[in-house]
Ligand binder design. Structure first.
Ligand code: PRP
Length: 206
């Protein structure tokens, strides 16, 4: 059995469809349910539905053999896992955004609201810019509108959240998309099962 950590939600549905399309079906998974573990003996897979930010924790510690996680989360948390494949789904970018018309004062410490404090610290350290990180868990776009921060560091996908809140991208930090990751010892001991899946997925997406 390969234990696969899927991010719960919209991205998880798309990722599951990709796995199913290359032969790793688990019909029970499509039923509306509060269950979090779904096994398909015939296909040798067990799917685990996990909060996106926690997928890499399960994989790093071996509770799941492989998983799918955004590059944004990998950049933020730096787990010790193998990154096997870019699945080309959930394409977005980590970026700095600010209210339209905002001009930065280089003599003042920049207040940065974000769900990605490590990404933000690394980015501004590289530019020798002093910042005050304000860690938030969601609706980041609100922070500069209410004067809680000067700018935000967040993921931008369609850009509509920024547009609808009169913000715009100032700098792009890094591109992101869904990545297939593997636990280091699982990849050693279950390579015979993981590699065919990896090859099938890479052919399918390519
Ligand atoms: C993410 C992100 C932005 C939005 C970007 O938020 O934090 O707010 O999506 O997408 P867009 O460019 O297509 O508008 P999410 O939906 O995860 O909700 P959150 O605010 O609760 O984090």
């Amino acid at each position: 059995m390969i234990n696969i950590a899927l991010p719960k939600g919209r991205m998880g549905d798309r990722v599951y469809e990709l796995f199913a399309s290359v032969g790793y079906r688990c019909d029970a998974l499509q039923n509306e349910s509060r269950k979090l573990v779904f096994a398909d003996e015939a296909n040798g897979v067990r799917y685990l539905l996990i909060k996106p930010q926690d997928v890499a924790v399960y994989v790093e510690r071996g509770a799941a053999d492989i998983g799918v996680v955004g590059k944004d989360v990998l950049l933020e948390t730096g787990p010790d896992v193998y990154e096997l494949l870019d699945l080309g789904l959930g394409v977005c970018a980590l970026a700095v955004a600010a209210p339209n018309g905002y001009t930065e004062d280089p003599d003042r410490i920049l207040r940065v609201a974000t769900k990605y404090p490590n990404v933000a610290r690394r980015y501004y350290a590289h530019m020798n810019r002093d910042i005050d990180v304000i860690k938030l868990n969601g609706s980041i776009e609100l922070a500069p509108l209410l004067g809680l921060s000067d700018v935000i560091v967040d993921v931008v996908e369609t850009g509509s959240t920024l547009r609808e809140n009169n913000l715009s991208v100032r700098q792009t930090i890094a591109p992101s998309s869904a990545r297939l990751i593997a636990n280091i010892s699982s990849y050693k001991f279950k390579r015979g099962e993981i590699d065919p899946m990896l090859f099938a997925l890479s052919e399918r997406k390519g």
